[in-house]
Write a protein of this length. Structure first.
Length: 424
């Protein structure tokens, strides 16, 4: 373990009028810097990481390099040492692989979101399904399985098509739709080949789920839970591509989304979190809006990924970083919107597997509605589209902001048309 002091202007503890938040891991800069930047304006931040920070340093009061940030008990010991020197007000993590370990840290310090059993219930989708079924929350039928033959038997009972997924991954990794037994057997080979990041293991003889296929519009909900009170902050409308895989190729957030003021949906969201035992956290839930009403797909104990909270910030003015940090400190966050518009992100991929990148750029004049663009690929790197590429196959993205959803889509179409990719 290696501890480091803070910013160049002084040692850790400077500016002690601000509460100290312990952040576990920082994530990929293009997807998470906006959170750390805004948190640092309202809180002091100490980072637990498995490597020396780079871009993060400008936002930190200090950091600790640990050999393993998925080892909860070991991190709890390091946190107790830090807490003895400088009191920690809250513990925060937005990395799916590390949220369970982070709960051990919060529990050791007596801080909110400090129940590892609750967080594991969210990570392990089999446990999620069981808890929601016991509470009568509407969701797809789900059968845990271990082998391809068990998956086929489960699909026979549920009826095709079905969804096959690992019981504990994020970002739709390993999720596939199967229309018939041949597709399910092939899909099982794909799903079972996906490795769990960070070496996380599930104490289960049935590591996969076969689920009823429900149709409708797929949405996500970033919500704040403060002392058991659940407030939906952003509704994300999901764009999924590359069937039969479930690659998330874009998202749209509208400050005027009707679900934000729908009392029946608010009650359902509260029932979901109560059934799972979540009392203080920022969560990211996914629902399918079917003809028979919303069906819960999953709940994640962290901020949404894929820049969804950033879209929410651009759409509403509600800043997710300080809000999530406030909840981690046991404080009621500020959730008052300051603007109202639609925002959207679209992710771009190469056309063929194993494409060596020469250059990636957006050429020409883009519409005024394009808020920003970002190139993710570097020259010489090799990229593939889904299913081989998944999240890491993205070469660029564009973000649009406009008065309407249609305005966002038209601007993103123009950005896609302007994207020029050459091979190396």
């Amino acid at each position: 373990m290696v501890d480091r002091d803070s910013r160049a202007q002084g040692a850790e503890g400077a500016g002690t009028e601000l509460p100290l938040v312990l952040l576990v891991a920082s994530g990929m800069r293009p997807y998470r810097e906006y959170l750390l930047r805004s948190i640092a304006e309202h809180f002091r931040v100490h980072l637990f990481h498995d490597a020396e920070p780079g871009w993060e340093r400008q936002y930190l009061d200090g950091w600790t390099v640990l050999p393993d940030t998925t080892d909860g008990p070991a991190m709890a010991e390091a946190a107790a040492s830090l807490h003895a020197r400088v009191p920690v007000s809250g513990v925060l993590c937005w990395d799916e692989v590390r949220i369970h370990a982070t709960a051990h840290v919060a529990r050791a310090l007596g801080l909110p979101n400090g129940d590892p059993d609750v967080v594991w219930r969210l990570r392990d989708k089999g446990q999620t399904r069981a808890a929601l079924a016991a509470a009568g929350v509407p969701q797809p039928a789900s059968v845990p399985v271990a082998t391809a033959d068990e998956a086929l038997a489960a699909a026979d009972r549920l009826g095709y098509p079905v969804i096959l997924k690992p019981r504990g991954l994020g970002a739709s990794l390993g999720v596939i739709k199967a229309a018939d037994p041949a597709g399910l057997r092939a899909g099982f080979t794909f799903t079972s080949s996906i490795e769990t990041p960070g070496g996380i293991t599930y104490d289960s003889a049935e590591p996969y789920l076969v689920e009823e296929f429900v149709t409708g519009e797929e949405i996500s909900v970033d919500a704040v839970v403060h002392r058991g009170e659940v407030t939906a902050v952003y509704i994300g409308r999901k764009v999924v591509g590359y069937p039969p895989y479930a690659e998330e190729t874009g998202h749209l957030v509208d400050a005027s989304d009707p679900l934000l003021t729908d009392p029946a949906f608010a009650a359902l969201l509260s029932d979901v979190h109560a059934a799972l035992g979540v009392t203080d956290a920022w969560t990211h839930s996914e629902f399918m809006l079917t003809a028979d009403g919303p069906r819960l797909i999953e709940v994640n104990g962290r901020l949404g990924g894929d820049l969804i909270p950033y879209l929410g910030l651009l759409a509403t003015g509600i800043d997710p970083g300080p809000a999530a940090a406030a909840v981690a400190c046991g404080r009621r966050p500020r959730l008052e919107p300051t603007r109202a518009r639609a925002t959207a992100v679209r992710f771009f991929y190469v056309a063929e597997d194993d494409t060596t990148i020469g250059s990636v750029a957006f050429a020409g004049q883009l519409p005024d509605e394009i808020e920003e663009t970002h190139v993710l690929a570097t020259p010489g790197a090799v990229f593939s589209p889904p299913p081989k590429g998944t999240v890491w196959g993205r070469i660029a993205y564009a973000i649009a902001a406009a008065p309407t959803e249609d305005g966002c889509e038209k601007a993103l179409d123009a950005a896609e048309a302007a994207l020029v990719v050459t091979e190396g």
